[in-house]
Design a protein around this ligand. Structure first.
Ligand SMILES: Cc1ncc(COP(=O)(O)O)c(C=O)c1O
Length: 367
């Protein structure tokens, strides 16, 4: 099976872990061991940000960033429902109420118009997602956030390599949250990192990461144990050196697939512009005018040919039992439609040019 994603590691990561195992430290009580500090420096440079704070998951990154916006009990945070559930968990864990709004069907990302309509006196922050690795409309969202004095946290979990207005993902947000989970464009197994250009937010995030402390046993605010292990950071430091080539390979595969699939009129292919570039975390196409059953049949047929195609976010978060039972939610027609029609094809760096040809040819034949 050509898998939809596969962590790309070799002996260099193995050696880096062994070195930490042999010489330590395994972690640092304030989350600032030498490997973590090195990782934060290189990741900040990659993201074009002043500060990076490494944590132990992307979910921890999101929770910390939403907390750092000052979200408290019953504050509202506006976010898409067409995302991985962690985006919403960050709001609920902070005591806030998620307010789900609809997407722009062209990009699958938060619709700024829908965001503006959803703002109330209780709104505290906006939480867009760069879905599949294509940036949300951050300039419009920045303007809305400024106009209404709201925090702007970007879920950049899938956006390593994404550009928006020619800049790396995260550049227009108060804080951007990246995941380093095993499926992502780079990985530390589990892991996360938050980037920001704001010194105060950086300081707050560092405290949240380790029990609200600046010094041991003196909690100044509510925090958690979100520290990244030195072992994770050691893997991350090796992965950072490979990230540009990972992204280039994903792009090469995506472009080759688009060349093949663009002749078919039943598909809408991923959207990109010269200054808003994909990270190509997922190559997601849409089966136009299809029912969920037709899309699922295509997925089954692709799998039968050993192509690990997947449909992500088939249950938009607002339709999940926990969110339906606890939060009032409007219907989101574009979200619901997209969830039934999209499917993703493998383009990770381990997929060869021949495999891409096979994926393209097979998809066309099945259609
Ligand atoms: C959009 C999105 N947000 C948040 C997360 C959570 O990241 P993690 O799995 O590292 O906690 C992920 C990835 O899993 C994601 O894809």
């Amino acid at each position: 099976m050509i898998s939809i994603n596969k962590p790309q590691t070799d002996e260099n990561e193995v050696q880096a872990v062994l070195d930490v195992m042999r010489s330590g430290p395994l972690t640092n009580a304030l989350g600032m061991g030498p490997k973590v500090l090195e990782f934060e420096k290189t990741f900040a440079a990659f993201a074009g940000a002043k500060y990076a704070v490494a944590v132990n998951t992307g979910t921890a990154a999101l929770h910390s960033a939403v907390m750092a916006m000052g979200v408290k009990r019953d504050d509202e945070v506006i976010l898409p429902s067409f995302t991985f559930v962690a985006t919403a968990e960050a709001v609920v864990l902070s005591g806030g109420r998620p307010v789900f709004v609809d997407i722009d069907p062209k990009t699958y990302n938060l619709s700024p118009k829908a965001v503006e309509k959803a703002i109330t006196k209780k709104t505290k922050a906006i939480l867009p997602v760069d879905l599949y690795g294509f940036s949300a409309d951050m300039k419009s969202l920045r303007e809305i956030a400024n106009k209404h004095n709201l925090g702007l946290v970007e879920d950049a979990a899938q956006a390593h390599g994404t550009t928006y207005a020619g800049k790396p993902a995260g550049s227009f947000a108060d804080a951007a949250c990246w995941s380093l989970y095993a499926s992502k464009n780079m990985t530390t197994g589990e892991g996360g990192v938050i980037t920001t250009n704001n010194a105060k937010i950086d300081e707050t995030l560092r405290m949240i990461r380790t029990h609200g402390e600046k010094t041991k046993y003196t909690s100044e605010m509510l925090g958690n144990n979100y520290r990244m292990l030195e072992l994770q950071a050691a893997i991350g430091n090796v992965q950072m050196t490979k990230l540009p080539s990972f992204i280039a390979k994903r792009r090469r595969n995506a472009e080759q697939l688009t060349k093949m699939l663009q002749e078919n009129t039943q598909l809408t292919l991923p959207y990109e512009t010269p200054d808003c570039q994909h990270s190509w975390y997922l190559y997601t196409a849409r089966l136009i005018n299809s029912t969920q059953t037709q899309r699922n049949k295509l997925l089954d047929n692709l799998k039968a040919k050993n192509i690990g195609a997947e449909a992500y976010y088939i249950n938009p978060v607002n339709t999940m039992p926990f969110y339906q039972n606890n939060y009032q939610t409007q219907t989101l027609p574009e979200t619901e439609k997209a969830a039934k029609q999209v499917f993703s094809l493998p383009i990770h760096p381990g997929v060869t040019e021949d495999e891409i040809k096979f994926i393209g040819k097979t998809t066309l034949e099945l259609l």
